[in-house]
Structures are given as C-alpha cells and as structure tokens.
Design a protein around this ligand. Structure first.
Ligand code: HEC
Ligand code: HEC
Length: 449
C-alpha cells in the first residue's frame, strides 16, 4: 500500500516536472505572445456603412433584384435574407432548427484524393437547378465493395458512399467582430498550454484528463475560427461565403453558388459591388457583443455566481475558455474536439476508402462554440438537436466525458446553478427587434430530399 502511495507520489512529481519543463519551454517560446493579446478594441462602427449594411442584411432578395448588379437571388439558395436565419434575440442572432442548412462532404476515393464539399441548397429559381442529397451520387459515385480474399476466406466488402451530409444550425453573429480580432497565435498558444497540461496530467497518472483539441489549420496555413468546423479564418470570408451560398449573391470575394448539376461557365455580373459588400461586412462586424445579465433577485444572483465558479471547477472552462486573445467572456478555445459517443457516430463508422488529409476535421470533430449569448441561441450543438442547455451539457461525451461525469456528480442544486450561470449569458440589447416573419420562399423550387 505504502509502495503504491510512493509510486503515485513519484508519478505526480514526474507530472509536475513535465508541466514545469513545458511551462518554461512555452514561456521562452512565446515570450512575445502578450503583444498579440493587446489591441483588441470594440470594432468601430462607421455609421453610414453600418446603416447600408443593416439594409442589406434585412433585405428580402428576389430574382433580378433592384439592389443587385447581377441576377439577384439564386440560382440556388437557402433563404431570401440574412435575417431570416439570423434573428433570435435580435437581428444577427441564431436561428431555429427550421433554418438549418444541409452541408455535404465527398470523402476521398481512389482516383479522387481530395475532399470536396459544399451545401445542398434547399431552393432554386428553376426546376432544373434543384439539388438533392440523392442526386449528389451522380457526381460522387458509390464505390462498389466487391469481394476480397483474406487468407482462405472470401470477404464481402461494403459499398462505400463517399458523400456525408450534416444538418447545421445557424450561429448567432453577436460579437463576431471581436472574434475576428483573436489572433492565430492566441489560439495556438492556448492549445499548446492545454496540450502540455493534459500531458502532465496523463504522466501524473490521471488518465481522465481532457484531450487538448486541435486548431483547424487551413490549406494556406492560417487558423480557422468561424463556422462549426472552423472552416474560415476571417469574418469577411465567411460573409462572402454566406452571400454566395445562402442567398446566391456573387460578391468581390466569391462567385455565387452554382447548382452542381450545371457546368455552364457563363459569366454573370456580381450581385454585390465592393461598397455593398464592405457595408455588409461592417454591419456584421460591428454587431454588439453579448452581455452578462445578472438576475435582479439577490438569491438568484448568488446562485448564478456560484454556477460560474462551479462551471470552472468541474472543467467546462478547459474548452470554453472564458477569455481568449484579449476577448473577455467569449468562453471558447476555438479548437476542434470530438464529443461524440460511439452510438452517435452512425454511418461514420464505415472504413473510408482513402484516409482524410490530416488537417481535415473528422466527421465528428466540431469547434467549441463561444458560449456568450448562449441563453438566447437555443437550440444547441452543430445540428441544433439539443433543445435546452441541460440537454446540450448531457450530450458532451468523448473528449468531455470526464467533465460531464464531474457535472453529473454535482448535487441537483449545483447543476442548476451552472445552468443559472449560463442563463445570464444573453444577446446584446437592441433598439429594434428582429422581424418575426419567416420568409420561407414557398414560391420557389424546394429541394427534394
Ligand atoms: C438559410 C439560413 C441562413 C442564411 C439565409 C444566412 N445564414 Fe449565416 N449561417 C447559417 C448557418 C447554418 C451558419 C453556421 C454555418 C457553419 O458554421 O458551417 C451560419 C453562420 C454564419 C456566420 C459564421 C458565424 C460564426 O461565428 O461562425 C456568419 C458570419 C454568417 N452566417 C453571416 C451571414 C450573412 C451575412 C448572411 C446573409 C448574406 C447569412 N449569414 C445568411 C445560416 C444562414
Ligand atoms: C472537451 C471540450 C469541452 C468541454 C470540457 C465542455 N465543452 Fe461544451 N462544447 C464543446 C464543443 C466542441 C461543443 C459543440 C459540439 C457540437 O456542436 O457537436 C460544445 C457545446 C456546448 C454547448 C452548446 C452551445 C451552442 O451554442 O450550441 C453548451 C451550452 C456547452 N457546451 C456547455 C458546456 C458546459 C456547461 C460544460 C461543463 C459541464 C462544457 N460545455 C464542457 C466542448 C466542450
């Protein structure tokens, strides 16, 4: 027994030693990092650009729209305005599950080593442009499994369908201009600290530590921080993609989405000119950041404060880092994690034909979402399948299993305190409420699923 204790003690020393060495290495390596943290300021609204941007954000686009320099809405699109999907808690908020967008990825197969991806658009302006999950297999064909011989046995291999699709919930855009200013270095610095701490814990005998997660490194070397898969590095690029894909608006950074059945390269004029595009980016980039609203009742306030402490104590802040890159109260590490339980993996268990490139996120890797404003952005998780904060917490398996166990082992009162704390994280107050209309474009051609 004494031997076991000594052994544990040695392991702990080794663990602490590893952390100390790692700490010294990071301190030396990242000596100038603090400079990357300075200079995060409230994005400055240029009132004119902002006003014009708001108008574009709310505008319901039509084919051959008068605001457009090109063909207006479409040819393929998911809705007719930005605000249709971004309205919860005010203009620029998240969206309900009815506004989810279907994304797809065609995994590599022999003869096509690259991953291809995009959106299966829900609507089109003409029936011949309609897209569907089914018709994607005309372009990314199922690889027949056939029979292989292993030893003396014939083994039937399953067919391999390279197309994966996901239903994705729209994110709130409040504070996006702040997130835009978080530097790559701030993200990698935190990731390295986490990796070292996690390694130290493992060496110290704690096999329950939370794996560090990884930054999404884009093909050009920058780090992605926007999107559930961290697929874009800057707000401007995401806005360009949203215009092109969600509404079909070509802009200075990106051509409008073309229906994938069409190979026509016919040139169309951009829908948005430089000034319009810049105004829209300025509007989204200056949406106020979410706020913390403490309950007015003093005993409720004490519970919420206790919840904040417990949130940290059980380890939620390991991933939902409260302050990153000088942005306080953001509650994210902007790293990819795998929270999926094995039952949740579904079809992804099939063995792919060709491995994904190592920098590419796995099917069940998702970026830690910022929790600011979370009280006003239900439903939760990338697919919007968790209707409440409690359901979202319970769904944390995989990398977060140890933390979830810690949360579940709290008393009911303590668990409620954590939820009370999360409920203080609200969308910013706005003078003007978001329009309540849902402009589901019934008069266009809907996707056949
Ligand atoms: C059909 C619904 C829909 C419409 C219309 C739409 N969006 Fe989105 N938006 C989404 C979804 C879904 C996501 C999450 C996508 C992802 O992470 O891959 C998203 C994410 C974003 C993000 C990334 C936020 C972040 O922090 O990661 C930005 C920026 C954005 N949208 C801006 C816009 C703008 C600007 C418009 C109008 C040009 C627009 N969106 C129109 C559904 C929509
Ligand atoms: C290992 C990292 C990790 C830990 C630890 C962790 N989370 Fe998360 N959290 C995530 C990721 C990643 C997602 C998004 C998963 C997805 O969409 O598939 C998420 C999603 C959420 C959401 C939903 C947010 C939204 O906008 O949809 C809430 C709420 C949340 N976490 C709260 C918590 C709480 C409370 C704890 C502690 C009990 C915790 N998390 C611990 C990584 C983590």
């Amino acid at each position: 027994m004494f031997g076991g204790w000594l052994y544990r003690k040695q392991r702990r020393r080794l663990g602490l030693g590893a952390i100390a060495i790692a700490g010294a290495w990071i301190a030396w390596n990242e000596a100038e990092v603090p400079s990357a943290f300075r200079g995060v300021r409230a994005p400055q609204p240029g009132p004119l650009a902002r006003e014009a941007g708001l108008k574009l954000f709310e505008h319901e686009w039509t084919v051959a729209d008068t605001l457009s320099k090109g063909d207006g809405l479409g040819p393929v699109f998911n809705d007719r305005s930005c605000v249709a999907c971004h309205s919860q808690g005010g203009i620029g908020g998240g969206g309900g599950i009815e506004h989810n967008v279907t994304t797809f990825e065609a995994h590599p197969v022999p003869g096509r080593p690259e991953v291809q991806g995009g959106i299966i658009h829900a609507f089109s302006v003409s029936s011949d442009c309609q897209e569907s999950r089914h018709s994607l297999n005309d372009f990314f064909q199922v690889v027949p499994g056939g029979v292989t011989i292993v030893g003396t046995c014939f083994v039937q291999k399953h067919d391999f369908d390279p197309v994966r699709s996901d239903s994705i919930n729209s994110t709130a855009l409040f504070g996006a201009g702040w997130v835009d200013q978080i530097t790559d270095r701030a993200i990698t610095h935190n990731a390295r600290l986490r990796a070292m701490a996690s390694l130290g814990q493992v060496i110290g005998g704690n096999l329950e530590s939370v794996p560090a997660g990884r930054a999404r490194i884009l093909p050009d070397g920058r780090i992605g921080k926007f999107g559930w898969k961290a697929q874009f590095a800057t707000l401007k690029e995401f806005v360009a993609a949203a215009c092109a894909n969600e509404i079909g608006l070509g802009n200075p950074l990106m051509e409008q989405a073309r229906p994938y059945a069409h190979h026509a390269t016919q040139k169309v004029e951009r829908d948005l000119d430089e000034l319009q595009f810049r105004s829209l980016v300025a509007y989204v980039g200056t949406l106020a950041r979410p706020i913390e609203v403490m309950p007015s009742d003093s005993s409720d306030r004490i519970e919420a404060e206790r919840g904040r402490v417990l949130f940290e104590k059980v380890g939620c802040t390991v991933c939902h880092v409260s302050s990153l890159g000088g942005v306080d109260g953001v509650y994210s590490d902007f790293l990819l994690h795998r929270l999926t339980s094995s039952e949740d993996l579904g079809g992804y268990r099939e063995v792919p034909q060709v491995e994904l490139p190592t920098d590419h996120p796995l099917a069940d890797e998702w970026k830690t979402p910022a929790l600011w404003g979370v009280a006003d952005s239900a439903p939760y998780f990338h697919d919007g399948k968790s209707p409440t904060l409690r359901a979202a917490i319970d769904r944390h398996q995989g990398d977060a299993s140890a933390v979830t166990r810690g949360f579940v082992s709290l008393s009911e009162r303590d668990q409620n305190a954590v939820i009370a704390f999360l409920s203080t994280l609200k969308a910013p107050r706005q003078e003007k409420p978001a329009p309540r209309k849902h402009n589901a474009p019934a008069d266009y051609f809907a996707m056949t699923r």
